[in-house]
Design a protein around this ligand. Sequence first.
Ligand code: SDX
Length: 428
Amino acid sequence: MSEKAVLTFRDKKIELPVLVGTDGEVAIDITKLRDQTGMITFDPGLGNTGACSSSITYIDGDKGILRYRGIPIEQFTNHPNFVEVAWLLIFGRLPKRDELKAFSEQLTENELLHEGLKHQFQHLPVDAPPMAILSATLSNLACYHQGFLALEDTEALTAAAARLISKVRTIAAFSYRRSRGWPIIYPDPKMRYCANFLHMMFSIPFQQYIVTPEVEDALNLIFILHADHEQNCSTSTVRTVGSAKANLFASCAAGVSALWGPLHGGANVEVIQMLERIHAGGLSPESCIEAAKDKANPFRLSGFGHRVYKNYDPRAKILHECCDRVFSSLNRQDPLLDIARKLEELALQDSYFIDRKLYPNVDFYSGILLRAMGLPTNMFTVCFAIGRLPGWIAQWKEQHDDPSTRITRPRQVYTGNDAIDYVPMEQR
Ligand code: SDX
């Protein structure tokens, strides 16, 4: 007999069904609450509300666990392959060799942009924010691939996913080249996913950018670690837009806009800017920790804290370890990494952070790694979006394939005027 929750309020007492997730997480099903009681729940930020059931990603924030389709992310760190993880997230299992080969070939076939789309870059201001370009261009893909606006079967979704996942790199690289006033570099069909992105970013005519195995592995790992993360702000945005039956391109473009926010994907930019200010100002990490704790001080320790993780973000741990490998392979030092490490050391022994369970999150080290690879700060959140795209597609597909999906339309508690009359201008 399935368990029930009992809600008693005034003269009403109702039983509510209970859902229990794979790991024993309990959810009270309130889908009939308003019909039965006339009442709604109230949960700004939705921190206590399950918006859907999903089998894609699992996080245990207390234990610092993150699994993609049940596989702990730590198991992707040896020979990281972002395209393989993208397929796993979207189709629910690890691809067979021929499936992965076929998907990689589809990515290669779709790496170019329509020349009409390419020309739009020439009319953009050179200082146009890359996230604005990315969101607009992903939406514009709907103009050039109108056959994918209605995705009726898995073959069509696979084709649309290949276009998005492949072209997002090209769009990102072209926007960077435009911002530098450099000629664009076309993708090389002989190159693997991450190496091709770095090639388009950094090669110059007649001088190919050489990608070291350590850097290629590190970029695969960065994209994998950003690939999905349950119902975060940008993924919830993609689901909300998709719930209205809007097309996949428009839904992912909306996800880019949500990710841009400094409280979300934009935090990796905030972290580097914070570290640069500390370094340039000769500030002591100790004084920054005190500032972050001072409510009267607007300073916050960017890259710290998380709505779900109340333990060390497992992605931050992996990226921190990756820094050592990449920096030694590039024979590079970065004072910002030393500052980041000191801030982490101080915060993890400070009661303010301990009591609030504030730990480094994925953004704390990702920017330092991307910076070591030569990526400019304004491309960090774009890299987050490249990584997160397969997760958005997987979540959009899961919702699209669910016949019980309804359009997302939350309620509210109205606190405005009671009924009043219109006042003609001469009487105001
Ligand atoms: C991502 O959701 C996801 O999964 C996101 C993400 C993904 O993969 O999609 O993981 C990616 O967005 C990671 C988070 C990146 N953002 C940042 O690093 C920005 C800095 N962090 C904070 O803004 C904050 O921690 C959030 C936004 C991440 C979480 O906000 P919450 O859950 O609403 O927590 P809160 O703001 O209510 O903070 C609780 C307490 C407060 O103090 P009190 O009022 O209890 O005294 O902790 C304090 C906050 O002031 N606090 C911080 C802090 N973060 C929270 N104090 C100092 N520095 C910080 N960074």
